[in-house]
Design a protein around this ligand. Structure first.
Ligand code: RAM
Length: 494
């Protein structure tokens, strides 16, 4: 692993101050005596991230045993119906937002040390004694975000779109902490794929450009062997790159830097981080064969693309490589650097993509030895510029009559789908998808958009149980980006 102390120092200097706001529940019964087995749920009316402080007292005789309680935090109400004991998935139970505690002396104030992401807080008495009852006298949360609410302008669309925009902004806001976290419930760290989308949305909303800069320096300042940008970074106790390697996430450093330069004009940063960006192309080439085709791999998670566990990633990886190579060329052009070799490579690799992945009979792209058909492959090869605009539009339309195709299961992949639709000139279609997909979450009462949403299967989770799913997830904040960038109020049609 490599570390560039100067860049990490720069990132440190850019650490944002957090805005604090004290919030109280909008409903839930304070002052209610609770016996063993009773519980009370407080609703804070919106999604927050922060630290709870709870005042307890007792009724009845003097407490003659500790009150043993469980405090649970939920982003959605349905999380409170789920049981930890029933979760046997592969992601740690440690992410489940709950604590069991003993209150030895009453009255007392419980200051919870751990930060939680929530709209609801449930307090349950696991046991006390028949001689007294526990009372929640007061509950207040010190909530935190680095997003500056004063900067955010309202989006002027119809009521449905304005609501989607609002939920999307809320999602981004809760994820904006000392870095752009992927989700404040889980994993609470900096992932490259999420950062790319958060940064795009940020330029249209909270304008915390310094936070994007900080995250770029963090990624460039702590890299894997040979200077490969990691898929994610741990923030505590020190910044450290995770040893998880993902073909696509390393490459996404390039468009993220390009978008940053385009949005801010900060040439100095782009110049300084240019070599890191270009190195990702060089390293990605190790995965490309002599014909210009990305080699497939059995290594689990070698390339992320989406949380569909049955997805073959080869064709998507090719599309992502092309997309990022194109970004590298644009970055080079903006900085006045030579790009001829990359331009030649782009042509060769695009042609290779068409030759290798295009199924002329079925008129679509296939992926892997099994020639799998998926939405992701089409979306990414369209974004990689393998087809003309008209061909791309026709392909994406044709996919709607391919029910066997592997589906997209995350807002992350849907973001890329919207991008592809816009790239082929299908702006109206993109808006329809946005209304349908993100609207589906909104109709289910979402305050923030979720990590996973498969309209056909509300209980989908790649982790083996929904209890560890994150319901405020950075990569789903797309509506605020797309609506504000492409659909000015006047242009919106129902
Ligand atoms: C999960 C997180 C994160 C994502 C990675 C690939 O652990 O949801 O947001 O970027 O997967």
């Amino acid at each position: 692993m490599n570390c560039n102390p100067l860049w990490l120092e720069k990132a440190k200097e850019l650490e944002p101050a957090l805005h604090h706001m004290q919030v109280k529940p909008v409903s839930g019964e304070l002052g209610k005596p609770l016996k063993a087995g009773d519980s009370v749920c407080f609703d804070f009316g919106d999604h927050f991230v922060g630290y709870a402080k709870i005042d307890f007292s007792s009724r009845g005789s003097h407490f003659d045993a500790p009150a043993w309680i469980r405090v649970r935090f939920a982003e959605r109400l349905c999380e409170l119906d789920e049981k930890v004991e029933e979760y046997h998935g592969w992601i740690s139970k440690g992410w489940i937002q709950q604590e069991q505690l003993h209150l030895d002396v009453l009255p007392c104030t419980l200051q919870m040390e751990r930060r939680y992401a929530f709209r609801y807080i449930s307090i349950e008495v696991l046991d006390c004694s028949p001689k007294y009852e526990l009372v929640v006298e007061n509950i207040v949360c010190d909530t935190v975000t680095s997003a500056d609410d004063d900067v955010l302008q309202a989006y002027q669309g119809d009521a449905e779109l304005a609501q989607l925009d609002k939920i999307a902004c809320r999602t981004l806001r809760s994820c904006m902490q000392s870095v752009f976290e992927d989700g404040p419930k889980r994993d609470r760290r900096l992932w490259m794929g999420d950062l790319r989308m958060q940064a795009l949305t940020n330029y249209e909303t909270y304008h915390s450009d310094a936070l994007v800069k900080r995250c770029l320096y963090l990624f460039a300042g702590s890299t894997l062997d040979e200077g490969k940008v990691g898929a994610c970074l741990f923030l505590e106790p020190e910044i450290e790159v995770d040893d998880t390697e993902m073909f696509d996430y390393s490459l996404f450093f390039i468009p993220t830097l390009l978008n940053y330069l385009e949005a801010t004009g900060d040439r100095e940063t782009a110049e300084e981080l240019y070599d890191t960006a270009i190195r990702q192309i060089r390293l990605a080439k190790q995965q490309i064969d002599e014909n210009g085709v990305v080699r497939d791999s059995d290594r689990l998670g070698w390339c992320f693309v989406d949380w569909n566990l049955g997805l073959n990633k080869q064709a998507s990886a090719q599309g992502i490589y092309l997309y990022c190579l194109d970004s590298a060329i644009r970055l080079a052009a903006l900085l006045g650097r030579p790009a001829e070799t990359m331009e030649e490579e782009l042509c060769v690799n695009r042609k290779a993509a068409k030759d290798h992945f295009w199924d002329a009979q079925r008129q679509l792209f296939v992926s892997g030895a099994e020639r799998q058909v998926s939405w992701a492959s089409q979306v990414w090869l369209v974004l990689g510029g393998v087809l003309t605009q008209d061909e791309g539009a026709a392909l994406l339309e044709r996919m709607e009559t391919e029910p066997e195709a592997e589906e997209m299961v995350t807002p992350y992949m849907y973001h890329n789908y919207l991008d592809a639709l816009i790239a082929v000139g299908e702006k109206e279609k993109a808006l329809k998808v946005l209304r349908g997909y993100w609207g589906g979450m909104a109709r289910q009462g979402a305050d923030t958009f979720w990590e996973l949403y498969d309209p056909a299967d509300p209980n989908a989770s790649p982790y083996g149980g929904t209890i560890v799913n994150s319901y405020c997830h950075a990569w789903s904040c797309a509506p605020a980006y797309f609506l504000r960038k492409y659909y000015a109020a006047a242009e919106v049609t129902a």
